[in-house]
Design a protein around this ligand. Structure first.
Ligand SMILES: Nc1nc2c(ncn2[C@@H]2O[C@H](COP(=O)(O)OP(=O)(O)OP(=O)(O)O)[C@@H](O)[C@H]2O)c(=O)[nH]1
Ligand SMILES: [Mg+2]
Length: 462
């Protein structure tokens, strides 16, 4: 990382409970920043160093103003004219009595006097009022470059009146919703930051370039994770050598259990890597805010996650893969699912219907004596699509989830089906051929390339 001596640094300040920490969390792409409905959650100034590889900047989360009127009164005693104001603020943070009487103001003003620029946050869904003027006045007294962000927490009702007021104090005023701002909006905000301090322009331009590149890289890495997962899940067999046929028979259940566990763990491992790739690891651990797709072996869900019957029929025309009975098997559980598809499937029964029938189990006699009990692989032609559908769904959630947003996400099992509909015919044919190879335990040679066209073909609106 190359932080210049005069590091680009921004302190996010404002009234308590206006989304300051949320803004830090989303911009820092860090879901460990404390965000809460409780006013006064942030009690210290916490610095977050954002390192994008070739550049970086600092974001400082601060406690909200608690007694701005009294603090301004104190300051006014110390400065008779404008040229003395910034020195008065410095005296305020150095003063022991002020440190006792105004701990929050001292903590939030300190980073500003150390060189950070001001990002002043207000809530555009609450009316403007004179009670904000004391804190805006104090911020002006610091003499630091500043920008105001209107966070429309519940709605945009008062955005216009806020703009009128803020423009009196801040050169740049913009609306920014940390929960919803998509990646492009986040980049625009970073670009706006660079207007605050000419010295920081190059660094921030590099940060924007780095982040853009990172997003493309994340996609590539996600595709590689999925191609490895597909190959592993479609090929995996659990087998054990025993002496007699009877022993092999009695081993079946255990092998099936181990097999299912291995498969489920392998998928979970890929999901965890995907969360880490998007720096959403904390989210899942702390609040289970990331909702994984339901159990892989809940075959009632296969119809939902994989292809539907119409699509499978289209595959059969394209690749000659399926016919009659095979098609019915591929939509395992469809008769149970018809009523549930379309609505929310959260909390849907997760019975393990038929999981043992999906992976073949067999007993082979060995040439040199003894027997081999074998569980797997799953040859169901819809299985690779199920794996892709589940992974793609989680990918879409993570990609669009801002780090300030700690809520649960809604399931959308239609992602894969919609994506395939949007693919060029030639591309979807290649995808179907790959899936056929996978379901037959062959090597799918251009899997990464095919998945790339699936991931990038179109963006489904989130
Ligand atoms: N719906 C919605 N909620 C928001 C938004 N921004 C913040 N919140 C919520 O508002 C509450 C306060 O957000 P924080 O980011 O903790 O606010 P803060 O200004 O850091 O608060 P203190 O540290 O207590 O001063 C949290 O429950 C957030 O989830 C927003 O844009 N939309
Ligand atoms: Mg906070």
């Amino acid at each position: 990382m190359h932080f210049s001596r005069n590091r680009a640094s921004f302190a996010v300040v404002g009234h308590p409970n206006k989304g300051k920490s949320s803004i830090v969390s989303t911009l820092a792409r860090d879901d460990s920043v404390l965000v809460s409905q409780q006013s006064g959650t942030t009690t210290h100034s916490d610095s977050y160093m954002i390192d994008t590889g070739n550049a970086g900047y600092e974001l400082i989360d601060t406690p909200g103003f608690q007694r701005p009127k009294k603090a301004l009164h104190w300051l006014k005693q110390k400065a008779d004219s404008a040229d003395q104001r910034s020195a008065a603020v410095q005296a305020f943070i150095n003063d022991i009595e002020c440190q006792n009487d105004f701990p929050d103001e001292v903590r939030l003003l300190t980073p500003l006097m150390n060189g950070a620029a001001i990002l002043y946050v207000v809530d555009g869904s609450r009316p403007y009022g004179v009670e904000y003027e004391a804190e805006m006045e104090i911020l002006r007294w610091t003499g630091r470059p500043s920008m105001a962000l209107i966070n429309p927490i519940e709605n945009e009702s008062y955005v216009d009146s806020w703009k009128n007021a803020l423009q009196q104090y801040f050169k740049i005023v913009t609306v920014f919703n940390p929960m919803q701002a998509d990646f492009n909006k986040q980049l625009s905000l970073l670009k706006a930051f660079s207007h605050l301090e000419p010295e920081w322009q190059d660094t921030l331009a590099q940060v924007v370039a780095d982040l853009t590149e990172q997003v493309a890289l994340n996609e590539q890495q996600a595709i590689i994770l999925l191609s490895e997962l597909l190959t592993d899940l479609c090929h995996y067999q659990n087998q054990q050598k025993v002496l007699t046929k009877g022993q092999a028979e009695s081993l079946k259940q255990l092998l099936a259990k181990q097999y299912n566990q291995w498969m489920a763990n392998r998928e979970k491992q890929a999901f965890t890597s995907l969360c880490q790739l998007f720096s959403h690891a904390n989210c899942e651990l702390q609040s289970e805010a990331i909702q994984y797709p339901p159990d892989l072996f809940d075959s009632e869900q296969w119809y939902v996650w994989g292809l539907n019957k119409k699509q499978l029929a289209a595959v059969s025309t394209m690749t000659g893969a399926l016919a009659g009975a095979a098609l019915d098997a591929a939509v395992a559980g469809h008769s149970f699912m018809l009523g549930a598809v379309g609505g929310s499937i959260v909390g849907f029964s997760s019975a393990w219907f038929g999981a043992d029938k999906l992976a073949s189990s067999s007993i082979k006699g060995l040439p040199l004596g003894g027997y081999m009990a074998v569980q797997g692989p799953i040859k169901n032609p819809n299985f690779p699509y199920v794996v892709i559908g589940r992974f793609l769904y989680l990918y879409e959630q993570l990609k669009h989830k801002n780090h300030a947003d700690r809520s649960q996400v809604e399931l959308n099992s239609e992602v894969l089906k919609e994506r395939i509909e949007l693919m060029q015919k030639a591309d979807s044919k290649r995808l179907h051929l790959c899936c056929k190879q996978l379901a037959n335990q062959k090597t799918a040679t251009d899997l990464v390339e095919v998945l790339t066209s699936l991931f990038t073909r179109a963006t489904i609106d989130s």
